[in-house]
Design a protein around this ligand. Structure first.
Ligand code: SF4
Ligand code: SF4
Length: 94
């Protein structure tokens, strides 16, 4: 065992862990850049039932049921959840 007096005193800099220093910063992370498929809504078939808004795991559907492509990851859940076939998935060539 090393005696306490023999331990060198050092100055270590640690990053703060498990702490959110900038609340709400996820808005800066444009997760839509990961997408390979994108949902496309047909407004003529949409009945405003809100299923796409409720089921989107990324909150990428607005309350007016428009898709926010900056954050949509292209999972396709909204297209599967839409009971009226108003959303289909297409290849995203961005
Ligand atoms: S789930 Fe389909 S019909 Fe319902 S609001 Fe969304 S796009 Fe429109
Ligand atoms: S494809 Fe997925 S992430 Fe994009 S709007 Fe639909 S449910 Fe949300």
């Amino acid at each position: 065992m090393v005696k306490k007096s023999k331990l060198k005193k050092t100055k270590l800099a640690f990053n703060v862990g498990a702490t959110i220093t900038d609340p709400g910063n996820s808005i800066n992370n444009k997760t839509g850049s990961w997408r390979t498929l994108k949902p496309v809504k047909n407004p003529k078939k949409c009945t405003n039932c809100s299923f796409c808004w409720m089921f989107c795991p990324d909150m990428a559907v607005t309350e007016k049921f428009e898709i926010i492509y900056d954050y949509c990851k292209g999972c396709g859940i909204c297209a599967r959840a839409c009971p009226f076939g108003a959303i289909h998935m297409e290849k995203d060539d961005k």
